[in-house]
Design a protein around this ligand. Structure first.
Ligand code: URA
Ligand code: CA
Length: 438
């Protein structure tokens, strides 16, 4: 092979574009030990600085899909959902069983924690016995039998993404729209679902700070999916504060359990986003009518909770594992130092603190936020509760800013963009783009 990896790194560093053959050589070379981690990390940092254009992103995505097998759709109407990464984003654990309980199968490949954001796989693995290393055959069979499955990439499904994702986590090279898009879409294509819903997070707690970049990522995800013949919808949603109250692996699994059982359905932002995502998933899956009522019924009847239990049991959950989940016994409240309005919450700091708490004190440690941005607080009121190592208190306390005036309201969903994919009734490529701003 004449491919010169050092020259490719230097060209990317200097602002040139790499072609499809080069991306394929890099991904395959890393897979077979011809490109080492140091070289790939240098290239990833060049990507963060220089960016990837649409052609490079598509070439990288194809190379990552090609690193493993591509599953046939486990069911013709099945859907997949993916978030670009946020703090306390428990939505997948809730909407996957909820949508399956409404009759649309869900086949989802997830990732582990990345930077300050939590990984859906870590949350599932916090439930005793649960495995996410399903073989492609088991994964597809579970989707057909139970209606849903959440699994990890393996050596067979998008293995290049698994390795590159872990390297990005270790080298602070997550923040590149092209790398994020290629990572997400390669997993979705490998898992086989014909349609996807993407939740693109924007704001301080996400990997995308600016609304215009989030829109660009949303559009890239939709058009990249369409180039593989997949139907997709992307929502741009707020991540300026943790999405749900619980932050941490086991605490988020617990929150999903309680939400599906009805107890926590009162958290306004988490509930609103889950409803919106479930609606979009039911709609791309072909159940457009009355998706809201369907989802409400699945929650109220307990069907969504039962589906969650069935999925976990199929993935090895110990008997009553979900019921037995409890938060860490050591509890430290974080009190407001003064009265006023909660003006800002540093979601990155809380995400990192929760990840450290879990590492130190176990999977049932973490943080539960008790106040939302905009709420009035009295001096001495509880802003959050720390579970596990009390030494986390100083770094958690500084994450909350209280001011005299209440901050302006932020929307939860900024915009939605979608594509009917490449297979429309007339056999013609169709791209419906950019709907409402809310
Ligand atoms: N989720 C992914 O799967 N990959 C990314 O790069 C970011 C979020
Ligand atoms: Ca997440």
């Amino acid at each position: 092979m004449t491919f010169d990896v050092r020259r490719a790194i230097a060209r990317k560093r200097d602002g040139e574009r790499l072609d499809a053959a080069e991306w394929t050589a890099i991904v395959a070379g890393h897979q077979h030990g011809l490109v080492d981690d140091a070289q790939l990390a240098a290239l990833l940092m060049a990507c963060v600085w220089r960016g990837l254009d649409a052609t490079e992103t598509a070439a990288l995505t194809r190379a990552m899909v090609g690193s493993g097998e591509t599953l046939a759709a486990p069911a013709p109407n099945c859907v997949d959902k993916h978030s670009s990464g946020g703090v306390a984003d428990t939505a997948s654990l809730i909407v996957v069983p909820l949508v399956a309980a409404c009759g649309i199968p869900v086949a989802k490949l997830s990732g582990h924690a990345l930077g300050h954001t939590g990984g859906t796989l870590d949350k599932l693995e916090a439930i005793p016995g649960v495995r996410t290393d399903l073989s492609p055959e088991r994964f597809a069979a579970q989707v057909r039998e139970v209606g849903c499955a959440i699994a990890a990439q393996s050596e067979r499904l998008a293995p290049a993404d698994k390795r590159i994702y872990a390297l990005r986590d270790r080298t602070s090279t997550v923040e590149c729209l092209g790398l994020i898009a290629a990572s997400i879409v390669s997993k979705k294509i490998a898992a086989g679902a014909p349609s996807f819903v993407f939740d693109v997070k924007v704001g301080r707690g996400s990997f995308v700070a600016k609304l215009e970049d989030a829109r660009e990522l949303a559009e890239a995800l939709v058009s990249l999916s369409a180039s593989f013949g997949r139907k997709a919808v992307a929502l741009v949603t707020d991540m300026n504060e943790p999405l749900g109250p619980a932050i941490g692996t086991g605490l988020e699994a617990l929150e999903a359990r309680d939400f599906l059982r009805g107890a926590r359905r009162s958290d306004r932002r988490l509930r609103a986003l889950c409803e919106r995502l479930a609606g979009a998933m039911l709609s791309v899956g072909g159940l457009a009518d009355d998706s809201h009522a369907l989802a409400e019924r699945a929650l109220a009847s307990g069907a969504a909770y039962e589906k969650f239990e069935q999925m976990l049991a199929a993935q090895g959950a110990a008997h009553k594992a979900l019921e037995k989940l409890v938060p860490h016994k050591i509890v430290t409240p974080v009190y407001a130092a003064r009265a006023g309005y909660l003006a800002a919450v540093d979601a990155v700091a809380l995400g990192l603190a929760a990840r450290a708490l879990v590492e130190k004190s176990g999977s049932n440690a973490g943080i539960v936020v008790e106040k939302r941005i905009g709420e009035r607080v009295d001096a001495g009121e509880t802003l959050a509760t720390i579970y596990g190592d009390p030494g986390a208190l100083p770094r958690v306390a500084v994450a909350f800013a209280i001011e005299d005036a209440s901050p302006p309201e932020r929307p939860l969903v900024y915009c939605e963009t979608g594509s009917a994919g490449t297979r429309s009734a007339g056999g013609r490529a169709e791209a419906r783009s950019s709907v409402e701003i809310k």
